[in-house]
Design a protein around this ligand. Sequence first.
Ligand SMILES: Cc1ncc(COP(=O)(O)O)c(C=O)c1O
Length: 389
Amino acid sequence: MSLPKILLSPPHLSGNEEKYIEQAIKTNWIAPLGPNVDAFERELSQYVGSKGAAVTSSGTAAIHLALELLDVGQGDKVFCSSFTFVASANPILYQGAEPVFIDSEPDTWNMSPHALERALEDAQSDGELPKAVIVVNLYGQSAKMDEIVSLCNQYGVPVVEDAAESLGSEYKGKKSGTFGKFGIYSFNGNKIITTSGGGMLVSDDEEALDRARFLATQAREPALHYEHCHMGYNYRLSNILAGVGRAQLEVLDDRVAARRRIFERYVDALADIPGIELMPELEGTLSNRWLTTFTIDPDVSPVKTDKIIQEMGERNIESRPLWKPLHLQPLFKGARFYPHEEDNVVSEQLFASGLCLPSGSSMSDEDQDRVIDAIKNSVRKQLASFVTS
Ligand SMILES: Cc1ncc(COP(=O)(O)O)c(C=O)c1O
């Protein structure tokens, strides 16, 4: 009989969810509005330190609303991190706009200010500055926000911070997701806290957030009958799920501590693998370590991470390659891309040599030991076959 499956990042309930769900049911607040929706928005904005928040049915919906609020339309350009999940960039396509992808840099694996600067210079000389820059904080690590925000301010381009994976993380003492005109979070089932599916748009512009709520409820005008002057969306979150979010938010700091502890155990156990580099944590930042990730330097070791993934799969352990850069995705064929340096494409190197490990905050030490054992075994076997071949 095989051992139970170890997942990458399963949901971890706090025990308080039922209390909020029961309240919602007892009071018949089952609609996508109600006391939990209002309270979840208030509590999350207090936690991250933004003036307000608008809850949505997904993180993708929150990005879409941000682009709509920034008036991104047909033919406009939007810059976006290349090294990310497709959800960061799909809303650019929803708007009929054109993505331009920006490479990563080695210190954070996130958007390279160096590449961004060249892209902005070119856009200015073409007379076509982007309508927005979507900067993503992957696996919990904040991008170099000082440099990125200062460049965008210099060119007057608004920043949308995709903090889907970095809720609870910090950059210079300030919560991740609060550095741009808009920030977004995801409460998808695999995130550090979850509502099963859901998202949040945050901003200091409360008028814009009111407009987001309007657009997210089919752009219904204030009238007795149903009056519509604009195209809208059905993007709000149920009051039941917002209740789940409230219970999850209560334990967010514990979840960050648990994932950081898991990361530290991996570091201790795996440090002696030749060529291994765990995802760095930039000085002055605190990563929620949503997923522990590492690369193996191909110049130092012949060990292949896809073989490790395969062997972990055989032991019923889920692991994944790092995100495939969006400029390599067939969906975005022909899109413009700015590498970190002309002959140094950081996101492609990361994709070719890295993987994500099971990192759920409910993972037991025994399960983590199973993961560590599987990795070490694969590395040992690969090195032995290399020596004998
Ligand atoms: C970086 C990133 N951006 C956006 C999203 C989209 O969030 P959602 O799944 O809630 O739409 C996710 C996760 O799913 C993500 O990892």
